[in-house]
Design a protein around this ligand. Structure first.
Ligand SMILES: Nc1nc2c(ncn2[C@@H]2O[C@H](COP(=O)(O)OP(=O)(O)OP(=O)(O)O)[C@@H](O)[C@H]2O)c(=O)[nH]1
Ligand SMILES: [Mg+2]
Length: 235
């Protein structure tokens, strides 16, 4: 994918969220090389599972729509995900960094059989927030390849507790100010476990954050208006 294509799509962000209107949401899939980002994307799009590893070069693009009922507003929202599946191998860093701009959601992966990929998660999250142009935006922590959980061929594993605690810590830091929660989910592209759910949970948090930001903007506008009216009255 060329850079012009990347930046053109990066700017396509719908700022208001109305039931019936389509929310275009650019999302990125990030995490170390080989953690299973492409496999999960392919599985969600119904493209099947491949056992051989074909690393992503730079980034791959796909789009997919989903409708989600959001109980808090009793409304259904249509979301068009523009999915940027970024290359995780270190050699692609420079080109990869160009693709974050405009992203309002991320699936941040580690492989449950690879402790280093868990340790590196923090850097992936930092890059996403630093380079998307909007700051601290929603994300889901994905513990991938859960079909290998407790498989004796993979003796070093990251326990679910680590994923859950990490997500809970981030939620504590972010929820009050940014309005969304961070969840942890274990997935398997191979056995189709939690594939739809991962994208749905991310969609829900993007909706939650967007509604929260809209409320903040409206409250700010109302209090500015009130200040102005009070000033005029007091003259
Ligand atoms: N057992 C198992 N293997 C998986 C799963 N997901 C991916 N794999 C395997 O892990 C390897 C890497 O998967 P990819 O999806 O290409 O990894 P990636 O994160 O896209 O890697 P980069 O493109 O290099 O960043 C492949 O051999 C896949 O078959 C899974 O859910 N279970
Ligand atoms: Mg890939």
């Amino acid at each position: 994918m060329n850079q012009r294509g990347a930046s053109r799509r990066a700017t396509s962000r719908s700022t208001s969220l109305r039931p019936g209107a389509k929310l275009r949401a650019k999302i990125v899939l990030v995490g170390d090389g080989g953690v299973g980002k492409t496999a999960l994307r392919r599985s969600w799009l119904g493209e099947g599972f491949k056992t051989e590893y074909l690393m992503t070069i730079g980034a791959d693009f796909a789009s997919q729509e989903l409708s989600l009922y959001y109980p808090e507003t009793k409304s259904t929202y249509d979301i068009k995900f523009q999915i940027w599946d970024l290359a995780g191998q270190p050699r692609f860093k420079a080109v990869r960094d160009l693709y974050y701009r405009g992203a309002i959601g991320a699936l941040c992966f580690f492989d449950i059989t690879n402790q280093e990929s868990y340790m590196n998660l923090v850097e992936w999250i930092q890059s996403y927030w630093a380079l998307n142009g909007h700051g601290k935006m929603p994300l889901l922590i994905v513990g991938s390849k859960c079909d290998l959980r407790d498989n004796p061929a993979f003796p070093t594993q990251v326990s679910a507790r680590y994923g859950k605690e990490y997500a809970a810590e981030l939620t504590k830091l972010l929820k009050r100010k940014y309005g969304f929660e961070v969840h942890y989910m274990e997935t398997s592209a191979k056995d189709n476990i939690n594939v739809d759910e991962a994208f749905k949970v991310l969609a829900r948090e993007i909706i939650r954050a967007t509604i929260f930001q809209e409320k903040l903007r409206n409250n700010r506008k109302t209090s500015q208006k009130k200040m102005l009216t009070d000033k005029i009255r007091s003259r």
